[in-house]
Design a protein around this ligand. Sequence first.
Ligand code: BG6
Length: 485
Amino acid sequence: MQIEAPYELVIFGGMGDLAQRKLLPALYLLYRDGRLPAGKILCVTRQPLEQQAFLDTVLAALKTHVATEYLEEAQWQGFSEFLAPATLDASDVDGYGALAGLLSDDDVNRVVYLATGSDLFTPICQGLSNANLIGKSTKVVLEKPIGHDLESALAINNDVARFFEERQIYRIDHYLGKETVQNLLVLRFANSLFESQWNQHYIDHIEITIGESIGVEKRAGFYEQVGAMRDMFQNHLLQLLCIVAMEPPSKLETDAVRDEKVKVLRALKPIVGEAINRNVVRGQYDAGVSDGAPVPPYRDEPGVHHKSNTETFVAAKVEIDNWRWAGVPFYLRTGKRMAERATEIVVSFKEIPHSIFPLQHKNTMANKLVFRLQPDEGVRLMLCEKRVGPGMSVRPMNLSLNPANHRKARVPEAYERLLFDALCGNATLFVRDDELMEAWRWIDPIISHWQEVDLRPEPYTSGSYGPAASTLLLARDGRLWVENS
Ligand code: BG6
């Protein structure tokens, strides 16, 4: 697949955190790898900005977010020729004429990336339409979270659908762009070994963890409105769950994959009423130590209300009501200021029915398949082997498939993959409208319940694995999160 040139990429929120930290570095790396042809990249900003000052800011961002070995002067010079700022108040729907002046009159390969809050999606689409900037080939990329509940997501979706057909809408979840997530698809559907075991007959339970050691950083304004449930669970965690649990799609085509993902979301057992208290844990980080340094509680972070009730951690026991997964719990969790940055999917197989060896811990010795997404990516299979020496003692051993071991190539960033796909018009790794709605439909009762009963998040020490209730969630079922086992 190749990007059709000439293309035009217009980034709303172009001077914002996401664009500077992720999007522009990803575009630079695509260019450096020879995969981004000449085109136009406009960063929309409200404040007027001279070309040189703009380029200085972008270069400073690249210096911070691109590894030094990849940042080369000649490459930067070439890439910078595509870049320009565009001054615009995105909420002024009649003010898009100036933007039109910077873009082609033809229906070129145009991608409009909305790296803004979703409250701006409607005015931006309206403004683009007023200035005749939406052609048949135009695509729009929507950043998450889209809305704050089902109703608002539906409203935004309907608004965007007035201007774009579904085939033109790319809802981004950058976790789908991660190399290991795609590797998970390959491991599942290119190996009969795993697929034959992938069901309630052989799997005991599955854990999915997205742990972050960072706190809220400078994003309190956003995060206070959102919390971990909407920021991470509703999208990244549920998408990972879909990839792990979906049926094999008939082909690797956009709708074939999305059809299977949405079936998983539809089969999620609703968690409502009293069951929420039992099956969902809500936490907020307290003071502690992170990466060796003392850190303040969430409530003392700049921009956070001193009595904030926003959750920075969520864990839940989720069940999928279908033939393949009946009775297999999926334990999902995500949190900021956790002990380490680690995203892992742990598939725990059932323990052996009968042991002829003196196994003291039959359950913790059960086989596990661990997909590690970050910080280092890899797959490991936990098996048992004989301890060398006299007797017949059994010990665990790891069989590691670490891509870094047999691949010299740089692992592309998630946004590189997704920006490339959007510019090529491939929506397979983007989220369809029905997936988004099903995710909100499942999450909504939980958030509403928290609001109704005014549930305070349980504090947990920064640098820990989350609140005690999260450990209890598994302990009640006679299980432990993998880092504790
Ligand atoms: C974003 C969230 O979607 O994902 C952030 O808004 C979070 O709060 C980030 O820090 C984590 O992404 P990654 O790729 O660093 O795991």
